[in-house]
Ligand binder design. Sequence first.
Ligand SMILES: NC(=O)c1ccc[n+]([C@@H]2O[C@H](COP(=O)([O-])OP(=O)(O)OC[C@H]3O[C@@H](n4cnc5c(N)ncnc54)[C@H](O)[C@@H]3O)[C@@H](O)[C@H]2O)c1
Length: 277
Amino acid sequence: MLDLAGKVAFVTGAARGQGRSHALALAQAGVDVVVTDICGDVSSIRYPLATPDDLQETARLVKDLGRECLPFVVDVRDGDALDATVAEAVDRLGSLDICIANAGVCGHGKFWEITDSMWDDMIGIDLTGVFKTLRAVTPTMVAQGSGRIVATASMGGRMGNPNLAHYVAAKWGVIGLVKTLALEVASYGITVNAVCPATVDTQMVHNDSMYELFCPGMGSPSRGDVEPIYAQLSPMRVPWVDPQDVTDAVLYLVSERARYVTGSTLDVCTGATAGMP
Ligand SMILES: NC(=O)c1ccc[n+]([C@@H]2O[C@H](COP(=O)([O-])OP(=O)(O)OC[C@H]3O[C@@H](n4cnc5c(N)ncnc54)[C@H](O)[C@@H]3O)[C@@H](O)[C@H]2O)c1
């Protein structure tokens, strides 16, 4: 039994994938949810991001669970928009107890072929976007004297990974942000942690661009074709985990059971990071 009823959560990248899964699980636990997403594409990212309809569908599903849901189209690169959204959410829902900084993108290229725009978009969204999200929610939590923050890093934030330099740099950076903020807000009753998923069964990894990275020379591989190749990346030989597997880690970190867990990374990695210090 979770202890989250009556709380308010703010989730970025909530239109689909892991963000939607987190939003629905929080709603199921009695939490009102502010769901945000860019709802549009980014030029250097070679797969489609979520749509306005995806975000409305997340909101509908949350409301079907009997909770309040406020959907906002917000790009996490826009700090002013994030600040305004948090202010409106607190005004309308009364508090902000949980933040899940989940929005992110992935792309690939050899280190020396990563262009300035690929680098800037990746760092802008996956690192600076997390910084701006955490900066937007922290003052409210400090004033409340309580809060739970979880940022989505990656197993790529725990190791090097060929062809993903910009993604890996951003995700290592997220862990640095989390550990630093955890120290700054520990005395205010706020915990800050990161989840580090392995490959997750979402559109971020099921698209032609990622298939091309992991299955070069296969022509036009299908989901079935790539499954054994993704499985090779996992010590448990699991091709991908479910969004719910990551959601379960998030739910633990935002619950009272994790009250003394802060500045940590919780790896949902099928063992991929077990050899890391
Ligand atoms: N799928 C994986 O294998 C995997 C593994 C490890 C970590 N992650 C991380 O998990 C998080 C969620 O990804 P997912 O797997 O659900 O993929 P996804 O592509 O389904 O979801 C990501 C969401 O973020 C949104 N988004 C992208 N850029 C944004 C921006 N600038 N502002 C606001 N929203 C934006 C997208 O529209 C999308 O709805 C990401 O941070 C990702 O890096 C994913």
